[in-house]
Design a protein around this ligand. Structure first.
Ligand code: NAD
Length: 246
């Protein structure tokens, strides 16, 4: 599986799963636009991409801001002349049970996780349509399928991502653009490291494969879906969760 000289944008690639995906794509020989709201961590991941002998462009962009997303895509085209792969990974959580959930918690999570992929997809797709080729991978969550306690805004945004993925798969198939979603389970990233141990350990015991996942576990599937070896997969929502909450 080779992504020789493909150009990929990965959002939220400064750390965690996004960083893992960016490095896996670079290992498979893609050039990577490392985009993140945090410019410093984006630059750090870009340096790691270059260590694979690939080109990298670090860009600071907030996916909830349409103007910044458009600037990000323009900068990508200026540098590389094309964009073949879009990985919508940027995401946030604002945890609270229903009665404690504020409008702000709701709006922020929906703005980044769901409206963000509307912005990025709309900015990138015209170029993929013109090329009659493209791969879009949306990083949703197992919670988008199962729901969860204390994160209804997050689960709703992640379920929305699955609906958007399937709609885009239908709309864009005739341009040879594949659109899929990955539903990670519990993955070892800074997001997870914020969860108290007494809450985390019992959840790990529920995972049939007996461990949390790694960003590389997600990167492996993202790279496969972005490759020419997955031409007949579109509109799929694939769990990478070690069997957790299947
Ligand atoms: P993380 O918090 O470690 O990393 C998220 C990255 O996104 C950060 O670099 C952050 O700066 C960036 N970001 C945040 N808001 C942004 C914005 N508005 N615009 C651009 N970038 C922004 O999280 P992670 O665990 O690596 O999660 C990555 C994705 O995977 C998220 O969409 C998350 O919901 C999803 N996910 C994670 C897990 C898990 O267990 N870690 C499980 C299921 C789904």
């Amino acid at each position: 599986m080779i992504l020789e000289d493909r150009v990929a944008i990965v959002t939220g690639a400064g750390q965690g799963i996004g960083r893992g995906i960016a490095l896996k794509l670079a290992e498979k020989r893609a050039h990577v636009v490392v985009s993140d709201i945090n410019g410093q961590t984006a630059r750090e991941t870009a340096t790691e991409v270059r260590a694979f002998g690939r080109r990298a462009l670090a860009l600071q962009a907030d996916v909830s801001n349409r103007a910044q997303v458009e600037k990000m895509v323009q900068a990508t085209l200026q540098e590389f002349g094309t964009v073949d792969i879009l990985i919508n990974n940027a995401g946030i959580a604002r945890s609270a049970t229903l009665l404690k959930l504020t409008d702000k918690d709701w709006d922020e999570v929906l703005a980044v996780n769901l409206k963000g992929i509307f912005h990025t997809t709309q900015a990138v797709v015209p170029h993929m349509m013109a090329a009659r080729h493209g791969k879009i991978v949306n990083i949703s969550s197992i919670y988008g399928r199962t729901g969860t306690l204390g994160d209804s805004n997050y689960a709703a945004s992640k379920a929305g991502m699955i609906g958007f993925t399937k709609s885009m798969a239908r709309e864009l198939a005739r341009y040879d653009i594949n659109v899929n979603a990955i539903l990670p389970g519990m993955i070892d990233t800074p997001l997870l490291q914020g969860i108290p141990d007494h809450y985390l350990q019992p959840m790990i015991e529920e995972i049939p494969l007996g461990r949390v996942g790694t960003p590389e576990d997600i990167g492996n599937l993202a790279a496969f879906l972005a490759s020419d070896e997955a031409p007949y997969i579109t509109g799929a929502a694939i769990e990478v969760a070690g069997g957790w909450r299947m």
